[in-house]
Design a protein around this ligand. Structure first.
Ligand code: SAM
Length: 286
C-alpha cells in the first residue's frame, strides 16, 4: 500500500483544476475544508498517493465518476428533522394549497428519501395530485436508488420513527391528520431487508441529474417551492451566493426556499428573502 502524505493547498487546487479540465464537474467553489477531508478519505480508503489519484482521474472516466461520487456527501433521512415538516405543512397550507398547481424542486435530493417524505405529506393534505415534482442531484448512483424507490431496511429503519414524529406526534399536526399509517405509503419487509415505496409515489417525480454549479434551470419554469437542504454547506460563500441568487430568480413571486435546519442565509443576498424558521420566502412575495 502506498503512503499518503499531507496535502497542500496547491495540491487541492491542482486536483480541482484537473477535474475541471477532464470533465464537466467543477469543485473549485466547494468548501475548502470539506473538499480536503473528502480527498483525504479517498486517498486513505484506496491507499494511493495524491499523484496516483491525479493520474487515474485523467486516464479513466469511470474512476473519475467514482471519485465524484465519493466527494459528494449523500447522508439523508426519511422526514429528516421531523419538526421542519410542521413548518413546511403550514407554509404549503397558507401559501400554495389553493393554487391550481404547485411546482416543487428538490435540488440535491440524494437517494430520494426527502422527496418521498414531502410526497407523503402532500398526499395527507390531498395536494399530491396537483403537485409537479422535480428532484435532482449531481450523483447518478443516488438518483438510481431514488428512482427505484427501494431501500435496504437495515439502512433506513432508524429513520422510520421520524415518520411518526413528523406526522403523528405533533399536536397541531394530529388535529388535521389523525394517525397517518405508514403502510399506505411503503411496504416494509424486515426479513427480506427492504422498504419499498408505493408505485403511486415512485411514479410521481421526475428524477434527473443536474449540477447546481451550472446555475441552469433545465426545467423551463419557475418553482413555488425549492428544497435545497444540507447541500449549500458543502459550497464556499461565493458559490452559495451564486446558487441562492439563481434560486431567487427561479422562484415564483410567492415562492419559498427550504434549506437545512442548521443552515442560514447570510450577507447581502439575505435581504432578498424573508425568513420563517428554515423557510425563506422570496421577498415582497405577499
Ligand atoms: C447531504 S445530502 C442532502 C440530501 C437531502 N437534501 C437532505 O437534506 O437529506 C447532499 C446532496 O447534495 C448533492 N450535491 C452535492 N453537490 C451538488 C451539486 N453541485 N449539484 C447538485 N447536487 C449536489 C450530493 O450528491 C448529495 O446527494
Amino acid at each position: 500500500m502506498e503512503q499518503n502524505t499531507q496535502l497542500s493547498e496547491k495540491d487541492i487546487h491542482l486536483l480541482q483544476d484537473t477535474i475541471k479540465k477532464v470533465s464537466s464537474y467543477d469543485f473549485s467553489d466547494y468548501s475548502y475544508n470539506s473538499f480536503y477531508r473528502r480527498i483525504e478519505k479517498i486517498l486513505t480508503d484506496e491507499g494511493i498517493t495524491f499523484d496516483s489519484l491525479l493520474t487515474n482521474l485523467q486516464k479513466d472516466y469511470n474512476y473519475l465518476d467514482k471519485v465524484v461520487r465519493n466527494i459528494t456527501v449523500n447522508t439523508t433521512e426519511l422526514f429528516r428533522d421531523p419538526e421542519t415538516w410542521y413548518s413546511v405543512r403550514k407554509a404549503v397550507e397558507l401559501n400554495f394549497a389553493r393554487q391550481k398547481s404547485i411546482n416543487i424542486w428538490h435540488a440535491g435530493c440524494s437517494n430520494g428519501l426527502e422527496v418521498y417524505s414531502f410526497m407523503i405529506l402532500l398526499s395527507e393534505m390531498n395536494l399530491l395530485e396537483k403537485a409537479t415534482i422535480y428532484a435532482s442531484d449531481i450523483n447518478q448512483t443516488v438518483l438510481n436508488t431514488a428512482m427505484s424507490g427501494k431501500y435496504k431496511y437495515h439502512e433506513i429503519n432508524e429513520y422510520l420513527e421520524n415518520f411518526d414524529k413528523a406526522l403523528n406526534q405533533n399536536e397541531d399536526m394530529k388535529k388535521s391528520y389523525p394517525s397517518v399509517e405508514i403502510k399506505n405509503y411503503m411496504e416494509i419487509n424486515k426479513f427480506k431487508d427492504f422498504v419499498r415505496m408505493k408505485d403511486f409515489l415512485i411514479e410521481k417525480p421526475l428524477f434527473i441529474k443536474h449540477d447546481l454549479v451550472s446555475c441552469k434551470n433545465i426545467f423551463a419554469h419557475n418553482f413555488d417551492i425549492i428544497l435545497c437542504r444540507n447541500v449549500l454547506i458543502y459550497f464556499n460563500h461565493n458559490l452559495q451566493n451564486k446558487v441562492l441568487s439563481f434560486f431567487y430568480d427561479n422562484l415564483t413571486t410567492k415562492g419559498c426556499l427550504i434549506i437545512g435546519r442548521h443552515e442560514g442565509i447570510i450577507g447581502p443576498i439575505a435581504s432578498n428573502f424573508s425568513k420563517q424558521g428554515t423557510i425563506y420566502f422570496r421577498r415582497n412575495s405577499y
